[in-house]
Design a binder for this molecule. Structure first.
Ligand code: GLN
Length: 504
């Protein structure tokens, strides 16, 4: 939990994938401790500029790395082959996912001094897979936002242009991976919070199907939309991470009882099969509001798929025009309910000014929550209040069904849908902070995927003339993450965008 930003030697492992790092560790040319030391040095060198972390615990990370090296040495002595793919790999964790004994702040004053008493299921699974849980990554307070400017502890910068936002709400996760401060990271995605920052920082970001990954130990924002997923340097790395965190969990009743496929192997098999994908391009996603350079990069990526022999056809998602309105009714309604637990009594911030019981609630919440969180709690309480429930909440639920129906209709003729991830590249800090609606419009291409419960992924697909990253969103069919990853990997294999690192 130190923040000693000093210049140090840059790491030389920044462009290596999980597979390559693992091979080096297996060959004995790199230890988990050395890798972790490099990341610590790199983090100390760049973090003063990037500020991706709310905190990190260097001693704890190095101890985890040491334990990993010991496990590897032990397995070798016993003559056991085939080391687990995540053994010794440092994975950054968004500061809204519990790691036992570490701070859990949601980037909110409300939880400024809270320490998590237990591990989230995803954390437990990463540790079981041998990974090193590394640091607490910044976000928009309670994951509400698209720029990481809503953090109570200061904004994160985009490693490609420090004057600009990294996207949000998982901006710290995306920036840490882009800046080489973590090999991979976990984030959460309620309306685009993994995919949009991944696009703006030129890394891979995957939101799995609703129900694929347990949310036990994730601070809930909007429970019918929230899903945890990985950020990574490549699609194959994302496949390895998904394999580690996915699966049924009795502690999250929405997690499904479906077997977890070997995603990494599935991707390789599909690549070998030479399968020609049928891709749908939704005409509603290429209209007004789309930055021309983003549009051009995405068109070029679609061209690449055509050259691979994929069948590309136009599809229609007519209810897209209601997606933002629907999302901001459902998400705020659910957040007003979920955030009721932060009452100044059970845990979190308690006002020192309060004079009676009721006053504890009022003042603790007034002091603990930031502006955007309050705006959403008020909006959500309004749409759920008697007399308005039918007009807003119930209606939004009906429109949500129509939006899902659009996607399922399209999937009768295509395997996946391809769109821009975000309508614009990274915007300047402060540019949209004062205009919530402008900020909300940034989610236009991502929120439909959450409303429909589908898996979606952003992969790097180019840069604007000013050097800002552009992301390609690929939207898959429910629980067909292997296919989704394979479609992303096919593009990645033929392009070099994902290999680029920012000049920090
Ligand atoms: N940007 C969206 C919002 O502000 C999505 C956030 C998220 O996915 N957590 O709600």
């Amino acid at each position: 939990m130190t923040r000693p930003w000093t210049e140090a030697v840059p790491a030389d492992t920044r462009q290596l994938s999980i597979g390559e790092l693992s091979a080096r560790m297996e060959a004995g040319s790199l230890s988990a401790v050395e890798l972790m030391q490099e990341l610590v040095a790199r983090t100390k060198a760049v973090e003063g500029r990037v500020r991706a972390f709310n905190s990190f615990d260097e001693a704890d990370a190095l101890a985890q790395a040491r334990a990993s090296d010991e496990r590897r040495a032990g397995a070798r002595r016993l003559g056991r082959g085939a080391v687990r793919p995540l053994e010794g790999i440092p994975v950054g964790i968004k500061d809204v996912i519990s790691v036992a004994g570490q701070p859990l702040t949601a980037s909110s004053r409300m939880l400024e001094n809270f320490v998590s008493p237990y591990d989230a299921t995803v954390t437990e699974r990463l540790k079981d897979a041998g990974a090193v849980c590394w640091g607490r990554l910044n976000l928009d307070e309670f994951a509400m936002g698209s720029s990481t400017e809503n953090s109570a502890f200061g904004a994160t910068s985009n490693p490609w242009d420090l004057e600009r936002v990294p996207g949000g709400s998982s901006g710290g996760s995306a920036a840490a991976v882009a800046a080489g401060e973590a090999v991979a990271a976990l984030g959460s995605d309620t309306g685009g919070s993994i995919r949009q920052p991944a696009a703006l920082c030129s890394v891979v970001g995957l939101k799995p199907t609703y129900g694929r990954v347990s949310r036990y130990g994730l601070i809930a924002f909007a429970s019918s939309l929230d899903q945890i997923g990985p950020f990574a340097r490549s699609v194959r790395d994302a496949a390895v991470l998904l394999g580690a965190i996915a699966g049924h969990d009795p502690r999250d009743s929405t997690s499904v009882r479906l077997e977890v496929p070997d995603y990494a192997r599935g991707v390789d098999e599909l690549a070998k099969s030479g399968r020609k994908w049928r891709l749908g391009i939704p005409k509603e996603y290429f209209g007004e509001g789309l930055d021309p350079e983003v549009g051009a990069a995405v068109e070029e990526a679609i061209g690449e798929y055509r050259r691979m022999g994929c069948e590309v056809r136009e599809v229609s998602l007519p209810h897209t025009k209601y997606a933002i309105a629907t999302y901001y009714i459902i998400a705020t309604a659910e957040c007003s309910s979920n955030l009721a637990r932060f009452d100044g009594v059970r845990y979190g911030h308690r006002s020192r000014e309060a004079t009676d019981a009721l006053d504890i609630y009022f003042k603790s919440r007034a002091e603990g929550f930031g502006q955007e969180v309050k705006r959403r709690i008020i909006l959500g309480t309004y749409v759920l209040s008697s007399g308005y429930y039918d007009a807003y909440y119930l209606r939004a639920q009906k429109v949500r069904t129509l939006i899902r129906g659009d996607f399922l209709q399209a999937y009768r003729e295509v395997d996946a849908i391809v769109t821009p991830t975000s309508p614009t590249p990274a915007f300047r800090k402060g540019e949209k902070a004062a205009d919530p609606l402008a900020m909300y419009l940034n989610d236009i291409y991502t929120i439909g995927v959450n409303l429909a419960g589908l898996p979606g992924m952003s992969v790097p697909c180019g840069f604007t003339k000013a050097g800002l990253p552009v992301g390609l969103q690929i939207i898959g069919q429910p629980f067909k993450e292997t296919e989704l990853l394979a479609i992303g990997a096919a593009y990645e294999e033929r392009t070099q965008w994902h290999g680029r690192v920012p000049p920090l």
